[in-house]
Design a binder for this molecule. Structure first.
Ligand SMILES: [Co+2]
Length: 383
């Protein structure tokens, strides 16, 4: 919209055209994810056969849903490849976010609630772990020494693929990225039907905290950010009740067949705990409110009511950010938005930060627990 410099624009247009070409040639848009045995199968050494999985797929009742997830995942893979190609030190957060979002809109063939962006593009840097995306007028650029988490979502018919990676431009951070990648893959490996959430958290923590990193002559243990979690995903609902901890804990809840999970871990050189801080950009409708409860809340501010109508029409329960309201032509909405947040109709998700001076990295995949296997939908050659 505003901050895209012309050089960026040309490169991005070319990139997106290339992506579209791949797409229109029908290249692998329904590619499946990575098939893994359920952990119980693995330990019992039952036969895990990829051909058999493909055969059984034909009879699975949720075959349509699986294909929707795969389509969203393939768009995610292509968009993140594009993101890796264009993101360079000096680029503004605004142009990065817009480029990722425009590529997503084009490749997924955005269409109302049928397909589109799953949630705002997270571009959290250094000690900011999550929930940062630029608001209008943001001039921040990415720097050579930054640790940038790129966390974005794609949905097809509400099936959201939530996947994130960390980008750096200085190899000194490699041990941090290695630790988090290993921890996330450990969580993916541990996950499965009937597995207790606490057992996953414990295994993640053990792997994460076996690493350390030396930065500018000082050695730091790598810690898990203990109050950040993975989560299950329901149609159009990014966090739908179950949390997948990344540290040892007491949650004996089990994962179940046909559940979709985002497995994400955060490693840090800081204290290992995040707090809300800074200007908010991320919001979502409180999905637990029933229609009846919603109707019983009096909205006395006309601007709040008109804004809510627009949110219902454009996002439903999908998370959104201020820039998405701007591009719909909404203006002077901050007071109305605050009113909806105060009424608990909308939840605000401010940036989550560890202590200043620390570095947080993140890797995340979306997995689907099928009866025959565990499919790591967002797996790619990159991570
Ligand atoms: Co997530």
């Amino acid at each position: 919209m505003s901050d895209l410099n012309p050089a960026d624009t040309a490169a991005i247009t070319q990139q997106v055209n290339d992506l579209q070409l791949n797409h229109s040639q029908g290249k692998s848009i329904h590619q499946n994810g990575e098939f893994c045995p359920q952990p119980l199968d693995e330990s019992m050494k039952t036969n895990f056969n990829k051909e058999e999985i493909k055969r059984q797929e034909k009879t699975e009742t949720n075959y349509t849903a699986i294909n929707e997830m795969r389509r969203a995942a393939e768009v995610h893979r292509q968009v993140r490849q594009h993101a890796r190609n264009i993101i360079k030190p000096g680029m503004t957060m605004t142009s990065i976010a817009e480029s990722i979002e425009n590529a997503t809109r084009q490749l997924v063939e955005e269409n109302g609630f049928e397909a589109g962006i799953g949630f705002p593009t997270g571009l959290s840097v250094n000690h900011i772990a999550a929930h940062y995306t630029p608001n209008a007028g943001d001039q921040q650029v990415v720097h050579e020494k930054d640790v940038l988490k790129v966390d974005f979502g794609v949905h097809v018919n509400g099936r959201i693929i939530d996947s994130a990676f960390t980008m750096t431009f200085d190899p000194k951070y490699d041990p941090l990225l290695e630790a988090v990648k290993d921890a996330t893959n450990t969580g993916i490996k541990a996950a499965g039907i009937d597995v207790r959430l606490c057992d996953i958290g414990e295994q993640i923590q053990e792997v994460m905290e076996s690493y350390e990193i030396e930065l500018d002559g000082k050695t730091y243990p790598i810690k898990c950010v203990r109050n950040l979690c993975g989560h299950n995903i329901a149609p159009y609902i990014i966090h739908s009740g179950k949390s997948v901890p990344i540290v040892k804990n007491h949650d004996k809840t089990r994962m179940e067949e046909n559940e979709l999970f985002a497995i994400e871990t955060f490693g840090t050189t800081g204290r290992g705990y995040v707090e809300e801080s800074g200007v908010c950009s991320h919001y979502a409708k409180n999905f637990s409110l029933t229609e009846k409860q919603l109707k019983s809340i009096p909205i006395r501010l006309p601007r709040a009511q008109s804004l809510l109508n627009s949110i219902n029409k454009n996002f439903g329960t999908l998370p959104f950010c201020r820039r998405y309201l701007d591009r719909l032509g909404e203006d002077n909405y901050l007071y109305g938005l605050k009113n909806l947040v105060d009424n608990n109709i909308i939840s605000a998700y401010p940036p989550l930060v560890d202590n200043p001076g620390s570095y947080v990295a993140q890797f995340e995949h979306t997995i689907f627990l099928r009866s025959t296997c565990k499919e790591v939908l967002s797996r790619g050659d990159d991570y």
